[in-house]
Design a protein around this ligand. Structure first.
Ligand SMILES: C[S@@+](CC[C@H](N)C(=O)[O-])C[C@H]1O[C@@H](n2cnc3c(N)ncnc32)[C@H](O)[C@@H]1O
Length: 264
C-alpha cells in the first residue's frame, strides 16, 4: 500500500516541480513558519533534516538564517534538482546534503532537528505507513532532538472530498487506504498536467495520537495560517495580517496545524 501511494505522489510531485507549478504557487516560505523553526530549535541545531524538502523553500531560508548543516530529503528527484540548482553560487553549498531514494539512505542518530513541513506527513499513506515512517525518522534523531511539522486541518480542507469519501466508507465501497477516516484523494490540473493527490486530513487528537504511537510527545501546536497558504505568498501585508489573526484561533481551525514534538 505504501509503495502505491509513494509512487503516485512521486509521479504527481515530479510533474508539479518539472512544470514549475509548485514554485509558482509557493515561491517563498510562510514567514510565520520560518520564525517558528528559528524559535523552536533551528537556531541551535547542528544538523537539520528537512524531510520532504521539495524545492527547498525552507532549506534555503534555514541555510541563510542558521549555521546548521541541512540535509534535504525527498522522493521527487526533480525537486532535489531544483534545490541543487538554486544553490549554485551560494556561499552555503558546503552545508547541504541532498538525499533521494529510500528513507533508509538517511543516517541513524544524525539529526537534532527534523522537519516535515506543509503536509508531508499527510502524503505518506495509511495510518500504519505514517507511523512506520515516523518511527524510522525517530531512529535518525539524536537524543533530545525535535520534530517540527505542519499538517492540513480536517476542518479547513476539501469538505466535498471528505464527504464523498465518508459516503463511500458508509456504503462499504471504500478500498484501502481510503477506508480510513480523514483519507482523501483529489485531482488538480496545473499547466495542463493531471496531478493526483493523496492526503490524510488531521484533527489535533489524531495528530497527537499518531505521534505518540511512533514514540513522540506533542509539546506545542498552533494554527499555521488562517488563510490558504498560497494566498499569502505574494503579499507581505496579508502575511502580517494572517499572522495576527492565526494567533487568535484554535490550532485545529488553522488552514494547517503547526507543531513540535519531542522523543518520548
Ligand atoms: C506540499 S509539498 C511540501 C514541500 C516542502 N516541505 C514545502 O514546504 O514547500 C510535499 C512534499 O512531500 C514530498 N513527499 C511525498 N511523499 C513523500 C514520501 N513518502 N517521503 C518523502 N517525501 C515525500 C513531495 O515530493 C513534496 O515535495
Amino acid at each position: 500500500m505504501n509503495r502505491g501511494i509513494t509512487q503516485e505522489m512521486r509521479e504527481t510531485y515530479d510533474k508539479y516541480y518539472r512544470s514549475h507549478g509548485y514554485r509558482e504557487r509557493y515561491p517563498v516560505p510562510n514567514v510565520a513558519t520560518l520564525d517558528y523553526l528559528l524559535q523552536h530549535g533551528a537556531k541551535q541545531a547542528v544538523h537539520i533534516l528537512d524531510f520532504g524538502c521539495g524545492d527547498g523553500r525552507y532549506a534555503r531560508a534555514l541555510l541563510d538564517h542558521t549555521q546548521a548543516h541541512v540535509t534535504g530529503y525527498d522522493i521527487s528527484l526533480p525537486s532535489l534538482c531544483d534545490l541543487e540548482r538554486s544553490l549554485n553560487g551560494s556561499p552555503h553549498g558546503d552545508r547541504v546534503t541532498l538525499v533521494g531514494g529510500a528513507i533508509d539512505n538517511l543516517h541513524a542518530s544524525a539529526y537534532d532537528l527534523v522537519l516535515m513541513l506543509f503536509g508531508v506527513l499527510s502524503h505518506l499513506g495509511d495510518r500504519a505507513t505514517r507511523i512506520e515512517t515516523l518511527v524510522k525518522l525517530r531512529a535518525c534523531m539524536r537524543p533530545g532532538a525535535r520534530l517540527i511539522l505542519s499538517v492540513p486541518s480536517i476542518y479547513r480542507r476539501r469538505p466535498l472530498d471528505l464527504y464523498l469519501h465518508a459516503r463511500a466508507r458508509s456504503l462499504g465501497i471504500a478500498s484501502p487506504p481510503m477506508h480510513e477516516a480523514g483519507n482523501i484523494r483529489f485531482v488538480r490540473y496545473v499547466h495542463g498536467e493531471r496531478l493526483s493527490f493523496f492526503y490524510h486530513l488531521y484533527t489535533l487528537a489524531r495528530l497527537e495520537e499518531e505521534l505518540r504511537a511512533a514514540g513522540f510527545i506533542l509539546r506545542h501546536c498552533e494554527a499555521e495560517s488562517l488563510f490558504p497558504e498560497w494566498w499569502l505568498m505574494r503579499s507581505p501585508p496579508l502575511q502580517r495580517l494572517d499572522r495576527a489573526l492565526a494567533k487568535a484561533i484554535p490550532p485545529a481551525l488553522g488552514y494547517g496545524i503547526r507543531a513540535y514534538a519531542e522523543l518520548l
